[in-house]
Design a protein around this ligand. Structure first.
Ligand code: ATR
Length: 282
């Protein structure tokens, strides 16, 4: 499709942005669904976030993704923030709706979709989440909004886990939330249905690490999920597969958060997971 005077633009703002997969995904989706749209990346200095958002309005950019370190900083400059994004306290997607900037967070729902797509049921289940940083907040709030029964948050810095737990308790009264140190034992896992890693342990330079002791004996029906997607098979996922446990790879969250953003900008329903997976060649 040729660029014309009618071609719309969507973008990523972050710092840095060079390694982003988002341009591949969104430009592919635009072509696949015949949407006259191009997606590009802008490296925005932390001091220029307000001006960048004014630019989105002024230039009529239809939407934006937001990545590190701007996911929290953009919030004061938005006209509206969707409820779960407000509870998470971070925005990864902005829609320019007739000149009003609306903030969303698709990271958590992207994760949930990656689990559901594997045929699992999360409703009323006991979910253990390792880590209590930004990624964990998005995942934990989405799990609570989806209707899991119980969430156990494990983190070295217990205050961070407790603050996230309190946030979830006050917004989702029906969900039981507990916290414990990141020192999981076989006993702790006894009644856990899903174990989710949101820490960087297992990622690139930390690829030889995993967030739990490898001598732990897991329940045979435990589903192990990692939001780390490089490498594809993290040490934790390999450990799980060697024990015949079902696993959910981090690539699912990456692809599904992007698809959810594209759906918000265009109003289309996208069914292209497999095709996007193939073009990423991760
Ligand atoms: P992100 O936005 O990717 O979630 P983050 O906000 O820096 O990144 O959070 C990283 C999470 O991984 C935190 O829960 C952190 O634990 P602390 O809160 O105790 O710092 C956890 N984490 C990072 N490196 C870790 C390590 N080497 N061992 C255990 N936990 C680690």
């Amino acid at each position: 499709m040729k660029i014309s005077g009618k071609t719309k633009v969507a973008c990523l703002i972050g710092h840095p942005v060079e390694h982003s997969f988002s341009p591949y995904i969104h430009n592919f989706l635009a072509k696949e669904y015949n949407v006259d749209l191009r997606y590009t990346c802008f490296d925005v200095n932390p001091t220029d976030v307000k001006e960048a958002l004014q630019g989105i309005k002024a230039l009529g950019i239809i939407g934006s993704n937001v990545t590190i370190p701007h996911k929290i900083e953009v919030i004061p400059y938005l006209d509206e923030v969707e409820r779960n994004a407000a509870i998470i306290g971070s925005v990864n997607t902005i829609k320019n709706h007739e000149g009003r900037l609306i903030g969303y967070n698709t990271d958590g729902v992207g994760f949930i979709k990656s689990v559901l797509d594997e045929g699992h049921i999360l409703k009323d289940k006991h979910v253990m989440v390792l880590g209590a940083g930004g990624a964990s907040r998005a995942v934990v709030v989405a799990l609570a909004a989806h209707g899991v029964g119980k969430i156990t948050i494990c983190n070295n810095t217990l205050e961070k886990a407790e603050s996230l737990a309190e946030n979830v308790r006050s917004n989702f009264e029906e969900v039981e939330v507990n916290v414990m140190p990141l020192a999981v034992t076989s006993k702790d896992l006894k009644d856990v249905n899903f174990l989710i890693n949101t820490t960087p342990l297992g990622m690139s330079s930390k690829k030889d690490l995993m967030p739990i002791d490898q001598n732990i004996v897991p329940p045979s029906d435990l589903v192990v999920c990692d939001i780390v997607y490089t490498p594809h098979d993290t040490k934790l996922l390999k450990w799980a597969m060697q024990r015949q446990l079902k696993v959910v790879h981090g690539i699912g969250m990456l692809i599904n958060q992007a698809i959810a953003s594209f759906e918000i900008w265009t109003g289309l329903e996208i069914d292209a997971y497999e095709k996007v997976y193939e073009i990423l060649e991760l």
